[in-house]
Design a protein around this ligand. Structure first.
Ligand SMILES: [Fe+2]
Ligand SMILES: [Fe+2]
Length: 244
């Protein structure tokens, strides 16, 4: 469903009650896309806010699914403009909403930047949304930022995997079973946004252990399939010498 014809912002259900909001941007070289994910439940959660300047588009897209005021949690992987640029605008629009992030993010940035205190999660800590629950997984420096981490939604097996598997281009199907590792590795070769920290492989193994069925990528299509296998393929691509 297109929610803004000018920008091409659209909303699609990529897993039961998990909605991908996507805005294509053709002004960037080669085109790019910015996704947010909305989990509709008793305590609705948004993963990533989008850029601050995209706030009207994201608000309009959320409103096509549910009243924005119902939002309870505004979660994000790490502190960058596309991940949390309109955090305060969302907190203002939704009086019950609270930032949801890892402990490092809360300590270093969010409890200063945000207009309401964060609910800070330890590695492995879960929060109930009602029917479903999300679990925070610390992933420092994978692909970048000390405070980086991800949420795993247990009911649908969806891993909100942020900048992992970032695909170039502006237009993508909402969800695909096709190759996302190839395009994201091609992009990384030209624009390496990974920190290549020593712990990358063990962190990818930790994410793989959740055995996700959907990888909710922030840039490009969401992907469905054997998420464990694909995360381990990414680990091999990042450190080919260590691949077995
Ligand atoms: Fe990022
Ligand atoms: Fe991003």
């Amino acid at each position: 469903m297109i929610t803004n014809p000018q920008s091409g912002t659209r909303v699609d259900e990529v897993a039961p009650e998990v909605y991908r909001i996507s805005t294509p941007v053709s002004a960037l070289p080669g085109g790019f896309s910015f996704n947010q994910y909305l989990v509709v439940d008793e305590q609705p959660l948004l993963f990533h806010t989008g850029l601050r300047r995209m706030f009207p588009l994201v608000r309009e897209a959320i409103a096509a699914v549910m009243p924005v005021e119902r939002l309870r949690w505004v979660a994000f992987s790490h502190v960058e403009a596309d991940e949390c640029g309109s955090l305060n605008e969302l907190l203002a629009a939704a009086p019950q909403a609270q930032p949801l992030c890892g402990r490092v993010a809360a300590m270093v940035s969010v409890d200063d930047l945000a207009d309401r205190p964060a609910r800070a999660l330890a590695d492995g800590e879960a929060v109930s949304l009602g029917r479903s629950a999300v679990r925070w997984l610390d992933a420092p420096h994978l692909p970048h930022a000390w405070e980086c981490g991800y949420l795993f939604e247990e009911r649908t097996g969806t891993l909100f995997c942020g900048d992992l598997f970032t695909q170039p281009g502006a237009e993508h199907p909402p969800v695909t079973t096709g190759d996302v590792l190839g395009p994201s590795e091609a992009m990384r070769r030209g624009l390496d946004y990974f920190s290549h920290a020593a712990g990358s492989r063990s962190l990818l193994e930790k994410l793989a252990a959740t055995r996700p069925r959907t990888l909710a990528c922030m840039h490009g299509s969401a992907w469905t399939g054997d998420g464990r296998g694909l995360l381990l393929e990414l680990a091999d691509a990042l450190s080919p010498a260590a691949a077995s």
